[in-house]
Design a protein around this ligand. Structure first.
Ligand SMILES: [Mn+2]
Length: 302
């Protein structure tokens, strides 16, 4: 039985990409037939030097294959060829669909709120006795995914398991001392090269029944984001203003806070209530780093 490993339909970040490549390799090391399938765009968290470390197909060779989902569990955003009844494994660190998958596949759903899904995939290598068999390419991708999704270990959801996984992967990938800083600089360069595409490939449109609205939440993780937002605010609003309720949240990793940008009064109010944002006109700040996956549950509780 062949297993297709996939994530989201429209775009993937470094965590989803790394997990697709590395989990496919793990299945193959176990002697199973597996294929990496990614129908979506690689976003700016995957600079070219990392993109070329993984091979994948854009569609499955057989849509009736068993499916393993990585870094995703919201059925609405999963690769569109996936039939829920074919899903045999789920690894994710976004909350909200634990019961949905638990009822369908029980213990084969691994959904835990930690820094990176890559950590869960690396832990599978260890559990299955294949830690020393991982290839340097997969180890490099998983390590980059952990640095990225934990915002260099500064995001509040960073778990000590993420730090341990990074150290163990660093040895196997033979990473240099400057790996993390080099990674964030490369991402920033790819965002600046095409801001509009970078934003569109990291935007989520979510319905919030409690707010009676659908919100467009763009995210852009940068080493320093304050000047970036001010300089490029027109491009940002053009890319995100598909509904009046849009916002950009941009973790500024070197500062340890997020910069926010929206022209919408209701959005400012909701973000103030959800994550204590402070506003200076259309520009907001938070008191610590926030990932979108933490902001969404906070908005849902309003
Ligand atoms: Mn992730």
């Amino acid at each position: 039985m062949k297993i297709v490993v996939t994530a989201g339909q429209s775009w993937v970040d470094i965590d989803a990409f790394a997990c697709i490549i590395a989990y496919t390799e793990l299945l193959k090391l176990e002697g199973k037939e597996a294929e990496a399938v990614n129908p979506g765009t690689l976003n700016s968290s995957i600079p070219d030097y990392l993109a070329k470390l993984g091979e994948y197909q854009t569609e499955p060779s057989d849509i009736n294959c068993a499916v393993a989902l990585v870094d995703i569990s919201d059925p609405k955003y999963v690769s569109s060829f996936v039939k829920p009844e074919n899903v045999i494994k789920v690894y994710d660190h976004h909350l909200g669909f634990e019961d949905y998958w638990g009822q369908r596949i029980g213990d084969d759903a691994h959904i835990e709120f930690i820094g990176a899904c890559a950590t869960l995939v690396w832990e599978e290598y260890k559990k299955r006795g294949l830690a020393n068999a991982i290839g340097a390419n997969s180890a490099t991708l998983l390590a980059a995914a952990i640095v990225s999704n934990t915002l260099n270990f500064k995001a509040s959801m960073t778990n000590k398991r993420d730090r341990e996984a990074f150290i163990e992967l660093s040895t196997r990938a033979k990473l240099t001392e400057t790996f993390s800083a080099d990674y964030f600089r490369a991402c920033e360069a790819s965002v600046v090269a095409d801001i509009s595409s970078a934003l569109k490939n990291d935007t989520k449109v979510c319905d919030f029944p409690n707010l009676g609205a659908s919100l467009v939440i763009g995210q852009c993780e940068l080493w320093k984001s304050k000047d970036f937002i001010r300089e490029h605010r027109n491009t940002i609003s053009e890319a995100l203003a598909m509904t009046p309720n849009w916002i950009l949240t941009s973790p500024s990793i070197s500062e340890g806070i997020n910069h926010l940008y929206t022209t919408n009064v209701k959005m400012k109010d909701w973000f103030t209530q959800a994550i204590s944002a402070n506003w200076d006109g259309d520009f907001g700040t938070t008191d610590r780093l926030y990932l979108r996956k933490e902001i969404i549950p906070a908005l849902q509780k309003l």
